[in-house]
Ligand binder design. Structure first.
Ligand SMILES: [Mg+2]
Length: 468
């Protein structure tokens, strides 16, 4: 009997992270990490969970947009949906009235991210595989059919994508076995939020080194002296062999995984992130003044839509050996296409739910592989780490075929709210999600939703009472 989508539920879930300074950077000073969460229901037990990420106010607006999109799926046969996820994505993004309030950007697009991801979660559950495994087991033709291809064929044709995937097909099993054994490389951001004291930064950095990490990111852009001071604190710890985990020799700073990253003597790499605060000339001047910290890249030096601005920053910083990374606010595949075509980035930072779900992410993974730019997804927030490990596994196993130069962001916040939280092994690398029931690993605990649903969940109702 055919299974049909019968309805949906949305939840506006907000965590009070602004109270601790978690997630603070030069642009985002009071984040309450939030999830615009959706569950798609069917005529059977099969369900699909998805979400997109916001930082608080406006999460209700995203939930309203999710409802408008999810409505369009009610009555549809799930096998017809799964048979061609690229076509399904085109259908979801093509409602002419909803399209007007994008197109393919802003609230309506991140809402589509939640809905498309929920469909992928449902598809993976129906096949008893995690999402990454579902995708890497596809034939090249199936994977290309699952990709959002509209508007990118000037950079990458279907035929080129097919040829790339076919070239990697016979070695997928080797890479899958390798990453299951080693884990996927990761880096930490949680030590370097702007809202933390120097002591807290130092303690968290020591803990991260001890946990096996060798890539670290620091927020910059609010105050140059403070950036230099905190950067020196971090460098003094990550470059000092005494803090390395017991028995671990320093890594070779010129090894194949570190070359070109400004790695220090122990093989540690520092990245800096400005979260869009500067104009282009200001970005160039400011980052030059931080050159002694030897960052691998400056992330989001200017407005996320400014492709030529990023290209100008990259060109100006090249003599200093500092690269440019961006993508967490790049709102669709066309922006990534242009960043790649304009040679504006050294590192491509896709976001799992600012792009409109797995189908659109696949198009960017394919383009980045063609242009030879490593993909290091944006994570942190809430739920993003759970999502992105799947995307990096797809990239490594089926698409780019490389992982040693890549690093996947890891922030140790809020994982306890998920039924299948991501995890890090003793070498500071992501473990491979392996439960056949976990889908896209994004199912939130019912008790977490009950506590943090805005504004009537038990936490927020209690907080309101306290302030009365
Ligand atoms: Mg960032």
């Amino acid at each position: 009997m055919s299974i049909k989508i019968t309805g949906y539920e949305t939840h506006d879930v907000r965590f009070p992270t602004s109270l601790t300074g978690d997630g603070t950077d030069a642009m985002n000073t009071d984040c309450d990490y939030s999830s615009a969460y959706v569950t798609l229901l069917t005529s059977s037990d099969l369900v699909g969970h998805g979400m997109t990420f916001t930082i608080g106010r406006g999460n209700d607006i995203v939930c309203a947009a999710i409802k408008e999109l999810a409505k369009r799926l009610v009555g549809k046969d799930v096998e017809e949906i799964f048979a061609n996820m690229g076509k399904t994505w085109d259908y979801l993004s093509a409602d002419s009235q909803l399209r007007w309030i994008g197109p393919e950007k802003g609230v309506i697009h991140i809402a589509l991210g939640a809905v498309d991801n929920a469909l992928w979660d449902m598809y993976a559950r129906s096949r008893q595989k995690p999402v990454w495994k579902l995708v890497v087991d596809m034939t090249p033709e199936e994977l290309v059919n699952a990709t959002a291809f509209r508007y990118i064929t000037d950079a990458l044709t279907r035929e080129e994508a097919l040829a790339m995937l076919k070239a990697k097909e016979s070695t997928k099993a080797e890479r899958e076995a390798r990453v299951r054994e080693l884990g996927y490389p990761a880096y930490v951001t949680s030590a370097g939020w702007l809202g933390y004291s120097d002591e807290k930064v130092a303690r968290l950095t020591r803990e991260a080194v001890h946990a096996g990490f060798n890539h670290f990111k620091m927020k910059v852009g609010a105050d140059r002296d403070s950036d230099l001071r905190r950067g020196r604190v971090i460098r003094s710890i990550i470059d000092d062999p005494q803090y390395l985990p017991q028995g671990q020799p320093p890594r070779d700073p010129n090894g194949p995984d570190l070359v070109g990253k400004n790695a220090g003597p122990t093989g540690s790499v520092l990245m800096i992130d400005a979260n869009q605060v500067w104009d282009v000339p200001q970005a160039i001047e400011y980052v030059k003044s931080l050159a002694e910290l030897k960052p691998w890249f400056i992330e989001e030096p200017t407005a996320p839509d400014d492709i030529l601005g990023h290209a100008a920053v990259r060109k100006a910083l090249r003599p200093y050996g500092i690269g440019v990374a961006t993508g967490e606010h790049a709102h669709n595949r066309m922006v990534f296409k242009q960043l790649l075509q304009a040679e504006a980035i050294d590192v491509c930072q896709i976001d799992s739910c600012r792009l409109a779900g797995v189908s659109e992410v696949l198009s960017v993974l394919l383009m980045a592989a063609k242009f030879g730019v490593p993909v290091c997804p944006h994570a942190g927030g809430v739920g993003l780490c759970e999502y992105v490990i799947h995307l990096s596994l797809i990239d490594y196993i089926a698409i780019s075929g490389t992982m040693e130069r890549n690093v996947l962001e890891f922030v140790d916040h809020l994982h306890e709210h998920f039924l299948y939280p991501c995890s890090i092994n003793k070498n500071g690398r992501y473990n491979v999600p392996s439960d056949p029931a976990e889908g896209y690993s994004i199912e939130m605990r019912k008790e977490s939703i009950a506590e943090f649903e805005w504004p009537h969940g038990s936490y927020w109702a209690g907080a309101a009472q306290k302030t009365q």
